[in-house]
Write a protein that binds this ligand. Sequence first.
Ligand SMILES: N[C@@H](CCC(=O)N[C@@H](CS)C(=O)NCC(=O)O)C(=O)O
Length: 230
Amino acid sequence: MATGDVKLLGAGASPYVNRVQIALNIKSENYEFLEEKLGSKSELLLKSNPIRKKIPVLIHDDKPICESLVIVQYIDDVWTSGPSILPSDPYDRAIARFWAAYLDDKWFPLMKEHRMAEGEEAKAAAIEKLVEGLVVLEEAFVKCSKGKAFFGGDSIGFLDIAFGSFLGWLRVAEKLVEMQLLSEAKTPNLVEWAERFGCDDAVKDVLPKTEKLIEKFKIRQAMAKAPPSN
Ligand SMILES: N[C@@H](CCC(=O)N[C@@H](CS)C(=O)NCC(=O)O)C(=O)O
């Protein structure tokens, strides 16, 4: 069992940071949360993640680890006495990693595409792509969960964390477009999975409330529109 000093550089509204928080909760590991302020980067962050300068960064006994999915895998490798996060079967592990990469590289960027889209037609096209992606993920859920509650089986695993961390921002998108993106009609299994995921002990105090995220979203939009100060 790992011990030592564990610090997490992050911000509560970041889905990538939420992944690490959930993984540490699954392992019942205590840690110090060092909040990064929106729009500025601390010296510690710049020193710990000089290549990407992004949160989250996990600092374990003064050693920084960057990139949320890398960190989650590190946590699973190091805190072996808690429940496993990655599947034990090598094929299932590969499949979980494949879908996690799909989420980060293909699906979540559609959220930004929708935000940046100009005009009703472009926005509607972006929403259609988001929903198509969710239908693909519904099929992945059916295959990966093998009839169980989570992608990871009976309990939350790697893919649950990778996808579930985006649920807060998905709810924000639903509010903004006034339509359900996860729906009984197209993604019935994901609707139930999202409910279960949000209620899990490792998750329920981590996932930010939709109203709070909408506030953050509005602040970011205002900052993006503000003229640069000198
Ligand atoms: N691929 C990275 C993405 C991390 C990321 O985009 N973090 C955002 C916060 S949600 C960030 O630090 N943004 C500041 C910046 O881009 O300068 C991961 O999985 O950790």
